[in-house]
Design a protein around this ligand. Structure first.
Ligand SMILES: C[S@@+](CC[C@H](N)C(=O)[O-])C[C@H]1O[C@@H](n2cnc3c(N)ncnc32)[C@H](O)[C@@H]1O
Length: 270
């Protein structure tokens, strides 16, 4: 009881830290990526564990995607998942609305010839055309698979629906969407406490995210049903996932946020 109460003593600190974050999410994300000095297990980025464990755990599910189609990594950030999955598809295109993220992803992917990157706001009307152009520049036309990690839970309900609508023309008839999102049940205070924040100290990558970014929400089955309605999408599979962060509480081991995955295809009327 006392421990639960102590947790809430964090609230004034959280309010103070987050009060300087830009109100416009795209500006916030671009400034955040512009300030990142390093990524990976010792880096600044909370959700980049620096190892392939989480990505590998998705491979059995990604085997359900048509391996002859390219992969589009929506909201790719620094491109760590784009790089992990590129060898499993003919090509992987990472797309993000932060130009600083895309610049960093390109820099970190110089050794991966089957990756490319583009800047686009996937909630903007017609953004699917920018994705199509990026695929054409890489030598592909037609349907593509889509991978999304850690993006839908940072969007509001309208943004999620707009993003899902942009994905329909990207996947066409043959493509499949795989998404993995954090689905933490609890208040923002519970969330930051889960990641090691106390009244006395906050792990640096978490503090950085709190200072610069909008507070994330959660994305689970209920949110998926609204964003990807059954009139447009068939659910192939869904379940629990483990979203791994950069090591916070133990230098050698990523921390884990409870997550949700889903595999979706455009609705095919019987
Ligand atoms: C939590 S990060 C996840 C990055 C990457 N998917 C990963 O898991 O390493 C969320 C990313 O989504 C991007 N993003 C947020 N809203 C977006 C939008 N509307 N269109 C494109 N990218 C977006 C942000 O710029 C950020 O890079």
């Amino acid at each position: 009881m006392l421990t639960a109460f102590r947790k809430y003593l964090l609230v004034p600190r959280l309010i103070r830290l987050s009060s300087g974050a830009p109100k416009d999410p795209q500006t916030a994300w671009d400034q955040y990526w512009g300030k990142v000095r390093s990524t990976g297990a010792d880096g600044d980025v909370l959700w980049d564990s620096g190892n392939s464990h989480e990505a590998e755990s998705y491979l059995p599910k990604l085997a359900l995607l048509d391996a002859d189609l390219p992969l589009v990594d929506v909201g790719c950030g620094n491109g760590s998942f784009t790089r992990h999955f590129a060898p499993h598809f003919p090509h992987a295109v990472g797309v993000d609305y932060s130009a600083n993220a895309v610049e960093r992803a390109r820099r970190e992917s110089q050794e991966c010839p089957t990756t490319s990157f583009a800047v686009a706001d996937l909630t903007a009307p017609g953004a699917w055309r920018t994705v199509g152009t990026a695929l054409e520049e890489a030598g592909f036309s037609g349907d593509a698979n889509v991978f999304i990690r850690g993006v839908l839970h940072v969007l509001d309900r309208k943004g999620r629906a707009a993003l899902a609508a942009n994905l329909l023309p990207v996947v066409g008839r043959r493509g499949t969407v795989f998404l993995a999102e954090t689905n933490f049940r609890g208040t923002p205070v519970d969330y930051v406490s889960h990641l090691g924040a106390t009244r006395h100290s906050i792990p640096a990558p978490l503090e950085w995210a709190i200072r610069g970014l909008p507070m994330p929400g959660r994305f689970g089955a209920a949110q998926r049903r609204k964003a990807f309605p059954p009139s447009d999408w068939d659910l192939v599979e869904e379940g629990a996932a483990n979203i791994e962060t950069r090591p916070l509480s133990n230098p050698g081991r990523p921390d884990v946020i409870p997550g949700y995955f889903a595999i979706l295809r455009p609705h095919q009327p019987n």
